[in-house]
Design a binder for this molecule. Sequence first.
Ligand code: 3AM
Length: 481
Amino acid sequence: MGCGKTKVKVSVVTSTETPRLKIHRTLIRKHTKNFNEEYQSGNKIGTGGFAEVRRCTHKLTGMMRAVKIYYKNQFPADYIASGGLGQEIEILRMIDHPNIVKVYEYFEDEKCFYITMEFCMGGELFDKISTKEKLSESTVCDIMRQLLSVIAYLHEKNIAHRDLKPENILLEDRNEELSLKLADFGNAVIFTKGKLLKGETGTSYYMAPEVVDSEYSEKCDEWSSGVILYMLLSGNPPFTGNNDEEIISNVKKQEFSLEGQEFAKVSDEAKDLIKKLLQPESTRFTAIEALSHLWFLSNPIRKNVRQATLSSVSHNLKNYKSSTALKEAIRAFIISQIITTKDMRPFREVFSVIDEDQDGKINEKDLVAYFAKNMNPNEAETEAQNVFKHMDSETKCLEYSEYLRLTLDSSMIMSRNNLVIAFNMLDVDKTGSVSAEKLMLAIGNSSQDINIWKAVIEEAVRRKDGSIELPQFIELLLHKI
Ligand code: 3AM
């Protein structure tokens, strides 16, 4: 289950001498350079609302990424009214989940905003529904488990997505195993518990009836997930029509059929879950309730988790030692900006194995249960408590990036090559050195005290002049600490 109210920022583990250093959980910086200086723009992938999406190559890492380009003169009034790009970025900075598209940074020039993100090679979930080939019920179950996990995670953070649809659900790659990546937070809002949302938003097929003409809660997302489940199992939407008006009028009637040829082979449990999600708001299941539905319990997670990765995660969790604040900050930066999704994949799979209740976070209970698979319960509890001791976090729960920081092998993160790339990325103005100001810009946030970053460098280099050159940077991070 959830870990209580989570803070947007986390404390990076520091040695005792260093002042408390805070970095954003999700490092999405506003880049001071021009988009075209950092990226080679590629072909257009598609158009979404008032933005277009293109492939692009990140020049320093050679990584293929996607960029969403917003033309300032095309921003619609309702987008601006609901907080515009500022709110979208704020939300993206709050979220850190393996099934949400990873965002790297954003740029602004006279005409456009650019948000760069991971490139999802598998295309849209929508294409899976449109093909003739029917998905097996266990595959649909895997997809829904991931989707509901994201919804549970977002709602716990008081974020409503408000535009869940198969076009916004991308697939990480073309593998058999479908790894979802939820994209497009253009309609998302931060809500206050107990206060209703306003404004008709979303796409007619997936829109909850209460969204159409009244106030509503975050549970509009669970309704959309029910529509998606219905479509994945049958290939058709539950509410149809020849135009938006007709579709919406059928949505409002809330009548749908689970009979007919398409549902002949669908299990009663799956049909029951559809009914629980396509309910009036007051009786509709929450994502957390849906995740403990019998349908999921009778279709256990199918993961090809390699024993070697499981052992490595356990070993790294148990033996994690905090080091200097500089090293922790650079680790976080490299994981966030340089390690590829492909390299992270085996670790992501272990994350969802440990996160037993699938709420997108690893809490103490999850960790004890995981350790207890290979040791007695008392030892498991002690090991779990040790992990959180290193975290310096009151919430006692690991979000995805923190989990990666603790579990990815140091040799993979802190390789010479990655350190050179990291240095060059941090040295934005190419002066040949990295200063406290540059670290704060990339890893911290502007409201932070620059003296903390100066102390971080001082602690590492034992000098007060406040900047590091490449050979020293590598020497410090590879060997000394
Ligand atoms: O225009 P279509 O529907 O083909 O799948 C998204 C959509 O494609 C694609 O860009 C279009 C507008 O949203 N898209 C969005 N983000 C993407 C990403 N991170 C993406 N494709 C790959 N990776």
